[in-house]
Design a protein around this ligand. Structure first.
Ligand code: HEM
Length: 125
């Protein structure tokens, strides 16, 4: 693990695992998100762990497994409205608590994800 990365600061892959597990437990119960996600979130969570590892400065696991992220393009098949963007961020904010990610990292992680979430919107309300 490269020192000085957000990935390292928050506790590396153990923390990413806890965060992503907590996140999809919430996504799977959120009435606004259920319609666009698969019933079985195992594979979704696996890909998200690879992605967030890379996104926060850890090893480039996502690109090794899936190629260039092109996240906005990969989200185009799903109607991502402002309401769904808010729901996604709500689940993530709670998951940061569930995974015991403390300040100052909690805010830094959430801000980076908030910017990316805005970029994923592709459908008006
Ligand atoms: C995949 C929804 C934001 C990262 C997906 C999938 C959905 C979705 C429905 C497909 C799940 C599947 O087929 O397994 C949303 C919604 C968002 C959002 C509603 C609200 C803005 C984000 C953000 C990130 C992200 C902010 C990254 C920080 C990913 C990744 C995948 C994915 C890595 C897997 C792509 C692949 O390799 O197939 N998302 N997403 N998403 N999402 Fe999001």
């Amino acid at each position: 693990t490269r020192p000085g990365t957000m990935f390292e600061a928050i506790g590396g892959s153990d923390t990413i695992d806890r965060l992503v597990t907590a996140f999809y437990q919430r996504v799977g119960k959120h009435e606004k998100l259920i319609p666009i996600f698969p019933d079985d979130l195992t594979e979704t969570a696996r890909k998200q762990k690879l992605f967030l590892t890379q996104f926060f400065g850890g090893p480039n696991l996502y690109t090794e497994d899936r190629g260039h992220p092109m996240l906005r393009r990969r989200h185009l098949p799903f109607e991502i409205t402002p309401e769904r963007k808010d729901a996604w961020l709500e689940c993530m904010e709670s998951a940061l608590d569930d995974a015991n990610i403390d300040e100052p990292y909690r805010t830094a992680v959430f801000e980076k994800l908030t910017m990316t979430a805005h970029h994923m919107m592709n459908t008006p309300e």
